[in-house]
Design a protein around this ligand. Structure first.
Ligand code: AMP
Length: 577
């Protein structure tokens, strides 16, 4: 069969995809899904492409070329070794490298391809891309827009009419497009973006932060020396990726500057505050794009994430808040464009394709915590940790805080579902972590959830200050775990029993706290129910007592909570009919 491969010719990385047995399959190059878009000449004068070229970048930058995509369509030449090359020629080496790997993998000659370009590429840039393909020995069947390819990978070519927003945040660039699918025709209505904004800028902010702290402690500016700067960049970039899955990351590097070692901890919260203004900038672009397409946010049916930097939790959070629609990220955001290009190749060849196969979790998994629910502090608020539609396997972590001083244990309770309160979700299991450090309330407990391809959930709770931890494996495919209303009710009663059973294990202090919080919840509800029917002075007093109670719950102040409950109970006794 003559394959028409799909190629995403990216600024930082490129990918190649073929269709086998009707399904898209990314072809690995040197054991990796992505090949760095990097071309070089080695010490023996040989042309090298991909990972090996990138690896020699640090030692031989003069003989290595990166980010050639930025020069496509320009009348410029770049020097590589002794010779000058056009951007088309350099790009043809990258395409040639991908083609070679695909031929080895498939055991046949590859002669036809669909190549993607950003929606904002003009005619010259598109022609230059096509010429690069021809130079690499490829019959370029079509040049398609990256957002169109992403939409195709999410099944857009088949049937339903849809308005799709494609949000693409890569290493160096950001773009957003509105793609309309109507009667099988996929069209980009509008595109907007910033060619100077991407994950690399997140790295810079984190580097500034880390180097500033290092300077304060050691009096050395790591950014001044190119060697330590490059080292710092690669460490910080790795830490940034880890922060997408973990609430804290420790950055350690020995001898980063002469005899000095780097050892700094970063929290996801602090990191996300650093990058928030940049993410805000991308959201402004989203609005401009919607305006250009004459679309209101609510007219968008689907939001699709593309590009490695969209794995940053703040990105999907802010986008969801703005669009009021949970973005789709189940197809690997690094590979989706190449997959869509390969699907387009199959459409051109007149062959049927199936949708992209991904193993995802159809449910959200999380825990219970004291938190805000519709303006009220509640004890059993569901805090999602692994969100539904995440591709498997996955591991995600969040930080939680103890509620009372000298708290000796925590009860880790795991639920599955989409409701805001845990009692409306399905209880999966629980365990106690005992022997916590005797410290004031606010002791940090890191909860990590890992879900494998078989639906086995591994839950680890770790006291951050001591490393004390407990791991428990839970199955999620048991009958109780299936999302089904009847069973959910059954589970709620099981849950009540379990909690009662658990109370026996809790310290008297914790049991008292639990009872007080539960009592406060009921009293606050009763108080709020009569606010409109009583005079202003009484309503003011009830309001104050409710606020005092909420504050006491947040601070873990059992004594104050007991006082406010008592006063509220007395007042309600006189005011209620
Ligand atoms: P791309 O150009 O699509 O290959 O995206 C590359 C950018 O994505 C780089 O800035 C990477 O550091 C960033 N990136 C890759 N994986 C992650 C991750 N797990 N979390 C945050 N950023 C990531």
């Amino acid at each position: 069969m003559d394959h028409i491969v799909g190629i995403d010719l990216g600024t930082t990385n490129s990918e190649i995809c073929c269709i086998r047995d009707g399904r898209p399959e990314i072809i690995e190059t040197e054991g990796e899904m992505m090949m760095p878009s990097c071309v070089g000449i080695d010490h023996d004068g040989n042309l090298i492409v991909g990972r090996s070229a990138k690896n020699q970048m640090v030692v031989n930058p003069g003989a290595t070329i990166l980010s050639i995509k930025r020069s496509m369509g320009k009348n410029v030449s770049v020097q590589l070794g002794e010779k000058q090359f056009s951007p088309e020629e350099i790009s043809s080496f990258i395409l040639g490298g991908l083609k070679k790997h695909a031929e080895e993998y498939l055991g046949e000659k590859i002669t036809q391809a669909v190549i993607t370009v950003p929606a904002y590429f003009d005619d010259r840039q598109r022609k230059a891309t096509k010429n690069a393909g021809i130079l690499a020995g490829l019959d370029v069947k079509r040049i398609i827009n990256e957002p169109t390819a992403a939409a195709l990978a999410y099944d857009a070519g088949k049937g339903e009419n849809r308005n799709i927003l494609v949000y693409d945040l890569g290493g160096g660039t950001f773009d957003v497009s509105i793609v309309v699918v109507e009667n099988g025709v996929v069209e980009v209505k509008a595109s907007h973006g910033d060619t100077q904004l991407g994950g690399d800028d997140f790295d810079k902010l984190l580097m500034d932060h880390v180097s500033e702290q290092f300077k304060e402690e050691n009096g050395v500016d790591l950014l001044k020396d190119p060697h330590s700067r490059n080292r710092l960049w690669s460490i910080v970039e790795k830490a940034k990726r880890q922060l997408s899955d973990k609430p804290f990351v420790r950055i350690r590097e020995e001898y980063i500057s002469e005899d000095k070692h780097l050892d700094i901890e970063i929290s996801r919260d602090d990191y996300q505050e650093m990058i928030r203004p940049l993410v805000r900038k991308t959201i402004d672009c989203v609005h401009k794009c919607l305006k250009e397409a004459c679309f209101l946010p609510k007219a968008v049916d689907r939001v699709i994430l593309v590009g490695g930097a969209t794995r940053t939790p703040l990105v999907s959070e802010m986008l969801e808040e703005e669009m009021r629609l949970a973005p789709h990220y189940e197809i690997n955001p690094d590979l989706i464009v190449a997959m869509g290009a390969a699907i387009q190749g199959e459409i051109i060849a007149g062959r049927e394709t199936e949708s992209v196969l991904v193993d995802i979790t159809p449910y959200t998994f999380g825990t219970a915590a004291v938190s805000n629910y519709e303006g009220e502090i509640r004890e059993n608020v569901f805090i999602p940790i692994i969100k539904r539609n995440s591709s498997l396997p996955i591991s995600k972590g969040e930080v939680f805080y103890t509620m009372v001083d000298n708290q000796e244990s925590v009860d880790v309770r795991i639920y599955q579902g989409e409701e805001l309160l845990v009692e409306n979700n399905i209880f999966i299991g629980n365990f106690l972590v005992k022997g916590l450090n005797g410290v004031p309330a606010g002791n940090e407990i890191i909860l990590e959830l890992g879900l494998d391809l078989n639906g086995i959930l591994e839950v680890t709770a770790r006291e951050k200050s001591t490393g004390l931890s407990k791991t428990v494996t839970m199955t999620t495919d048991n009958p109780e775990a299936a999302f089904d209303l009847e069973r959910a009710h059954e589970n709620i009663s099981q849950f009540t029993e379990l909690v009662q059973h658990l109370e026996e294990d809790l310290s008297p202090k914790e049991t008292e706290k639990k009872m007080l919080i539960s009592e406060a919840g009921k009293l606050h509800k009763r108080g709020e129910a009569i606010l409109d029917d009583i005079d202003e002075a009484d309503a003011g007093e009830i309001h104050n007592l409710i606020e005092q109670g909420k504050e006491a719950i947040i601070k873990g102040d059992t004594e104050k909570l007991s006082d406010s409950n008592e006063s509220l109970s007395d007042l309600l006794f006189y005011l209620e009919d």
